[in-house]
Design a protein around this ligand. Structure first.
Ligand SMILES: NC(=O)c1ccc[n+]([C@@H]2O[C@H](COP(=O)([O-])OP(=O)(O)OC[C@H]3O[C@@H](n4cnc5c(N)ncnc54)[C@H](O)[C@@H]3O)[C@@H](O)[C@H]2O)c1
Length: 342
């Protein structure tokens, strides 16, 4: 078990989902905590819960899109605890309006909202933390599977989470020589209020719009090797490991929680069958296995594509054979002609 005994750790997004699970686990493993979130009430609740367990914790309501909020929070953390050994930068959003338009329809407001939190907010956090951290410190940034593969209907989110990986890799190279590690996590779908909003299971106003309907149209399970959504504590253990000294030779990496998401199966699909707004396989298209797996199963569309590829390859071989035979025949004729001339 990765111990965090005595470490001072800041966590954003601590009022909900993965951030909340990380706060609970880090507290359980002996960390002293500076928790931050934009939601005041749930943040107060978790601070109260952890204090009641004897954990040394402070909570700060902040908006990570404000560099003043971020700088003041990190400064206050150092003032209170005397140092900062770790940071879990987990706060993030998928969309402003819970709509999933393709790129040409994305509004400026939507783009700016998502980028300002997931990317600019992440930059403010990293900058403030790296200015004050000492050798031995570790930072974990929340990217996403969508930050690795891209996903139709989520251009701003996907771009913002790719940017998190760019910031992570660069910071790891810049601050590695100083003994500070920086890694990213790329979770698959995890059962949190965020995921519930994406699937339209919470507040009425958060329901996805008519065109996208991800809940009805998609079968995400067909691309998840474990055939289930993850739970927040299952991501928190990964974050705790990366924050701990057990991962002392790991930096600049992005750790996925499950493989296969939006990976090879989707790329095999012919464009005509890509109906999913969300990037998972459309309903009715089940795969039995992953690329390279011995139990590879193909959808009808993939079988057709494979048959077409075989047919083309056989035709190509036949044409090459004909060409080869014609070449031999031409050489034979040439030899005969030369003989006749001689
Ligand atoms: N749940 C998933 O399936 C999933 C998958 C991949 C990546 N992630 C990433 O993990 C992180 C946590 O996601 P979650 O599912 O726990 O979401 P969540 O919505 O349950 O929690 C996100 C938290 O961030 C806080 N937050 C949002 N904007 C903020 C701001 N401007 N300033 C401060 N706090 C702010 C929210 O108040 C909330 O408490 C996110 O970065 C998300 O992109 C989630």
């Amino acid at each position: 078990m990765a111990s965090l005994q005595g470490k001072v750790i800041s966590i954003t997004g601590a009022a909900s989902g993965i951030g909340l699970a990380t706060a609970r686990l880090a507290g359980e493993r002996g960390a002293r905590l500076a928790l931050g979130d934009i939601q005041a009430e749930p943040l107060q609740k978790v601070v109260g819960e952890l204090k009641a367990q004897g954990i040394d914790v402070i909570g700060t309501v902040l908006n990570i899109t404000s560099n003043e909020d971020v700088d003041n929070w990190i400064a206050a953390t150092i003032k209170h605890f005397g140092r900062l050994d770790g940071a879990a930068n987990i706060a993030g959003v998928t969309t402003k309006e819970a709509k999933y338009p393709h790129l040409a329809e994305v509004s400026n407001e939507e783009w700016e909202f998502v980028m300002s939190i997931n990317t600019t907010g992440m930059f403010y956090l990293l900058r403030a933390q790296l200015r004050l951290m000492l050798p031995g410190a570790s930072i974990v940034n929340a990217s996403s599977g969508t930050g690795l593969f891209g996903r139709p209907g989520m251009a701003p989110y996907s771009a913002s989470k790719h940017a998190v990986i760019g910031l992570t890799k660069t910071a790891a190279k810049e601050y590695g020589p100083k003994g500070i590690r920086v890694n990213a996590i790329a979770p698959g779908p995890i059962k949190t209020p965020m995921l519930a909003r994406v699937y339209g299971e919470t507040k009425e106003e958060s329901k996805p719009n008519e065109e996208s309907k991800p809940k009805e149209d998609l079968k995400p399970m067909s691309t998840i090797p474990l055939a289930r959504f993850g739970e927040s504590p299952e991501v928190a253990t990964l974050v705790a490991f990366l924050l701990s000294d057990d991962s002392s030779y790991i930096t600049g990496t992005t750790r996925a929680t499950v493989t296969g998401l939006l990976g090879p199966p989707r790329f095999w699909q012919p464009a005509s069958s890509r109906k999913s707004t969300y990037g998972y396989l459309p309903a009715g298209q089940e795969l039995e296995g992953e690329a390279g797996s011995p139990r590879l199963g193909l959808t009808p569309a993939q079988k057709l594509a494979a048959a077409e590829a075989r047919r083309l390859s056989q035709a190509q071989k036949r044409a090459q054979g004909q060409l080869h035979r014609a070449g031999i025949e031409a050489q034979k004729q040439e030899r005969l002609r030369k003989k006749r001339v001689a």
